[in-house]
Design a binder for this molecule. Structure first.
Ligand SMILES: *Cc1c(COP(=O)(O)O)cnc(C)c1O
Length: 296
């Protein structure tokens, strides 16, 4: 139910990847899939990755590691604090080893800052970039696009549609663009503030995949102040959307994406009779980082 869109003759569908699993929900499952396979095939005994104290990615990695019997290590941006955030507490309970790096060291995470820490454990680690942003992660998201395409064909027939996704690292969006059929146009909503560093990055990945010819678009004006930041308007929108549709969102990604879809409808950006499929990329565990008590 979405009156602002229905009024304009636009049909919107929400792809519920939040229901995939509460542990590795949404896009994180797709980004981990080929990475975990690579790690096991390469005989790596420890998967190391990076994230913040509410990271959906570290949470998903820790859960998957415990299910598959793989050691995981989380390099966390921030200082060791007691108590741990619920996210890190869960991750630790699932066996993830946590290491904290201050902001400056964290920025150098891919090279110098982290190697001595890793050496402490073993040389046999699989280095998974922050947010699962690598070719294997993107390939996993290509399968998400293909799966959406099959569902759309089954439910709506041979129709053109628009696929919307929130973008953090942009690897999910890249996978969707690369994997989508020609009937589909992808639109990404950046949740980050500042210079648009995503567009060149996405173009780079797409050219590696031989998919530079795809049509897509990224919006960068719907971040509400930056990563993890919210506004009263966003929170009110989110809570109303949740109640109207009897589902849960979170303010970092999915609420911003849906907000953007509505704002774009108001300025008549979407062509009349558009069919929009928005990806609910999960991340509901991250709600624990916000005070949402008023809507319980
Ligand atoms: C990580 C995440 C994203 C962003 O995915 P990227 O591939 O980094 O762009 C979007 N939504 C949710 C819920 C996430 O947890």
């Amino acid at each position: 139910m979405w009156p602002e869109l229905a009024r304009r003759g636009i049909t919107a569908y929400l792809r519920r990847d939040d229901q995939l699993s509460s542990f590795y929900s949404g896009n994180k499952y797709y980004k981990l899939y080929f990475n975990l396979r690579n790690a096991t095939q390469q005989g790596c005994s420890n998967i190391v990755s990076f994230g913040g104290v509410y990271s959906n990615h570290l949470y998903a990695l820790a859960a998957a590691g415990s299910q598959l019997g793989l050691q995981t290590t989380g390099i966390v941006r921030g200082y060791d604090s007691v108590p741990l955030t619920p996210t890190l507490n869960d991750a630790q309970n699932w066996g993830m080893k946590l290491h904290f790096l201050g902001k400056k060291d964290y920025r150098r995470k891919d090279i110098t800052g982290v190697l001595p820490i890793l050496k402490k454990y073993s040389d046999n680690y699989y280095l998974l970039p922050e947010g699962g942003e690598n070719l294997a992660g993107i390939r996993g998201c290509m399968s998400l696009a293909m799966s959406v395409d099959v569902t759309v064909a089954e439910k709506l027939g041979n129709t053109d549609y628009i696929l919307c996704s929130a973008a953090g690292t942009g690897s999910t969006l890249t996978g969707l663009i690369a994997g989508a059929s020609d009937r589909c146009r992808c639109v990404g909503i950046s949740v980050l503030k500042g210079e648009d560093q995503l567009t060149p990055k996405i173009n780079h990945w797409l050219s590696l995949l031989g998919k530079s010819n795809k049509q897509w678009q990224l919006f960068t004006d719907f971040h509400h102040g930056g990563y993890g930041k919210t506004s009263p308007e966003l929170m009110a929108f989110m809570s109303e959307f949740e109640q109207r549709n009897q589902l849960l969102l979170e303010p970092v990604y999915t609420a911003k994406m849906l907000w953007a879809i509505e704002q774009l409808a108001k300025i008549n950006y979407w062509p009349e009779n558009s069919k929009i499929v928005a990806i609910h990329s999960g991340g509901l565990q991250g709600r624990r980082g916000f005070d949402l008590s008023q809507d319980v």
